[in-house]
Write a protein that binds this ligand. Structure first.
Ligand code: B1M
Length: 235
């Protein structure tokens, strides 16, 4: 064995040897570092030790992503790192999703999200979708270049709590008002929380088009979604 082999041998951490508490701590680090394989392995180990899928989701993946979300909000982590963390989270979710679907575990809320008509930018939207999933929401991502009819069909089909719209162009952001005005015309506006986001938007624009909230970034979107849903349920 060479010195280098020795070094790798020392660095290798067998997740099976960790206690539950140590493993969860390790998974927070692995999520933070975007390690997909380790997150998948850790998720499976916890399930094999008899943890419910809900507990694995909330205590390891969602709690770990919350740490990522806070550091993203505070400018300690940036978009590429958050995308890696979100992908690692997805690796764990891929294992949990079928089990959660079988047991019918309640998500904390449902969101339909899409980028408005004329606009094909989707990196920010995808990030929002991943962070929302990471926080325990069910997310139906209907894609890019979405006309009002398609938003309405998705609302009808999925009956979400929240409609999320993204726009990255000054020429496409006014389309959000077209969607919200059509919802108003059809008497649907009050059935949904409407959240909007995208680089050229601001708070004033969000209010002007009649959204419930403008979200500066994915972390804000998660916090906003939680508080608006809680307020709506309390009312
Ligand atoms: Co385009 N583009 N682009 N582009 N592009 C911008 C937006 C631009 C500002 C670049 C520039 O000129 N400086 C400019 C817009 C100018 C303007 O409108 N005033 C621009 C332009 C002009 C164009 C084209 C017209 C270029 C051309 O063809 N001549 C064209 C338009 C195509 C179209 O949509 N019809 C175009 C095309 C493209 C690419 C295809 C090459 C590519 C998109 C690839 C993709 O998305 N798959 C692209 C890119 C990458 C950019 C920039 C460089 C980066 C956008 C990005 O992904 N940011 C962008 C410049 C910039 O913004 N600095 C630019 C990272 C992302 C994580 O941030 O999307 O802001 P962001 O999302 C954030 C928040 O805004 C918020 O949370 C996210 C995460 O924190 N958020 C939400 C976003 N959506 C939300 C929804 C919510 C909540 C929060 O719902 C609840």
């Amino acid at each position: 064995m060479t010195d280098q082999d020795d070094m790798y041998e020392d660095d290798f951490l067998d997740l099976n040897t960790l206690s539950d508490e140590e493993l969860v701590e390790q998974m927070y680090d692995d999520l933070y570092n975007g390690l997909e394989d380790e997150i998948a392995e850790g998720t499976q180990i916890l399930l094999d030790r008899g943890w419910s899928a809900e507990k694995v989701l909330s205590d390891s993946l969602v709690a770990g992503m919350a740490i990522v979300g806070v550091d993203f909000r505070d400018g300690i982590l940036f978009v590429p790192e958050v995308l890696c963390a979100a992908n690692a989270m997805k690796a764990g979710m891929a294992i949990l999703r079928p089990i959660l679907a079988e047991t019918g575990a309640e998500s904390i809320g449902k969101m339909v999200i899409g980028t408005v008509k004329g606009d094909i930018h989707d990196i920010g939207k995808n990030l929002v979708a991943m962070m929302m999933e990471g926080a325990g929401f069910e997310v139906i991502d209907i894609g890019i270049n979405i006309p009002v009819e398609q938003y309405l069909e998705a609302l009808e089909e999925h009956k979400p709590d929240i409609l999320g719209m993204s726009a990255l162009l000054t020429t496409t952001m006014p389309y959000m008002k077209v969607v919200i005005d059509t919802m108003l015309e059809k008497g649907l506006r009050d059935d949904y929380i409407v959240m909007v986001g995208g680089a050229p938007l601001n708070e004033e624009f969000g209010m002007a088009v009649g959204a419930d909230a403008y979200c500066r970034d994915a972390g804000v979107a998660v916090d906003m979604a939680k508080s608006l849903i809680a307020a709506r349920r309390a009312a």
